[in-house]
Design a protein around this ligand. Sequence first.
Ligand SMILES: *Cc1c(COP(=O)(O)O)cnc(C)c1O
Length: 469
Amino acid sequence: MKNALKQDLENIGEILENVKNHSLDFLHQLHDLPTYATDQQIVPAMLQTEGLGAEKCLEFFKETYQKLIVASTGPRFWGFVTGGATPAAIAGDWLTATFDQNTQSTKGTGDVSAIIERETIRFLCQLFDLPEQFNGGFVTGATMSNFTGLAVGRQWAGSKLGIDISKSGMSSDIVVMSATPHSSVIKSLSMLGFGSNNLLKIETLDSREAMDVADLEVKLIAQHGKPVIVSCSAGTVNTVDFDDIAAIVRLKEKYDFWLHIDAAFGGFAACSPEHKHLLKGWEHADSITIDCHKWMNVPYDSAVILVKNEHARLQVETFQNTNAPYLGDPSENFSYLNFLPENSRRFRALPAWFSLIAYGKSGFQSVVENSIARANELRAYIEQSESFELAAPVRLNVVGFRLKDLKADLGAFLTSLNEGGKVFMTPTTLQGKACIRAAFVNFRTTSEDVKIAIQALEETVIANESPVS
Ligand SMILES: *Cc1c(COP(=O)(O)O)cnc(C)c1O
């Protein structure tokens, strides 16, 4: 073993102590750290023959790159749908690296991590009030969840045509329909051989992103029995609009399609008694996508795909890694190796397991309700503001708004707001008009943070006012 590595092993206690203190410094400063780095230049370095060792490496990182890290895990990063990391989730994530398990089988490898992963999936079903009829697993993000759910849907559709697509290849007779799919659903269609151009778009309701279910029925009838996959949105990113799942489920009884629900962050509405009606009927889905690194506030690299137990055989056909025949009850002889895209996998469930045990159902209810309350504080401000107006109703935890002065350059306004580093938001387009959206999912966000953001908005309005001529 080379010297630096040998010394590091002897000094592991000090190294971790330093990392702990360094992490604490970051977390304690998080509230005031900028949400934007104007300087993103790094000086290209050369890989050295002799290593520095972990402690000097940490010093080097601190001096050179740390200042470029933005507070995206902090309370005022409202761009995209960006969650933070709770203390329990950080603890679980740290231990995931320490234990360094390869999470595959519930049997035979002497490793309990896959059993804990299945337990975590059961806890999540309980959190969401879903029946425990889903085989679930952790993947890297909702993009991979959508990919996995649609892949099993593809295998189901093939079976309707009498084809084993995993063995024989793709059929062009399968139809995928959606109204306002997330971009990652389109990307999945590319990756799965459907072709992203071949999505059959369902009309949306007037001034909404939700599916027009009457149009869905018309388009289902027009397929004359071709197998169909319907990909629903349970929470669009722009306006958090929900497809009417209960109505779609009624059509499913009539026309028998694969129902995939992208509930990446909207699934967490189930944690709030006041909002869980938005997901009514979702237990009838064939596959459901849930992101853990958004509203669950688990560090990145964490999402779940739930697939109905009854489709276990199709799921194994899709992802089977070995040539061994499918061996009966998956709970008896279960290996993620044959259920999900990845083979070797980290112990990805552990941060979520820690969070669920640490905070329980009431903890997640309060995280979700806090986000919704903060979103409504910003909404209330926008509604009475002289400079801004809402661009869409606030249905859950996202506020879409624009400048009242439609001649103003919204892009320049947003850049200038973001560069201030107090709050970060992202642009989007609603009904053909540019607007700004603020998404609330971070558990740290308080009313005080909303006030800081409002002040930043007002200062940016003044700074961007054209000089009076
Ligand atoms: C974020 C998101 C995705 C993609 O998730 P990643 O975790 O970025 O892969 C898919 N669908 C919806 C609705 C999302 O909000």
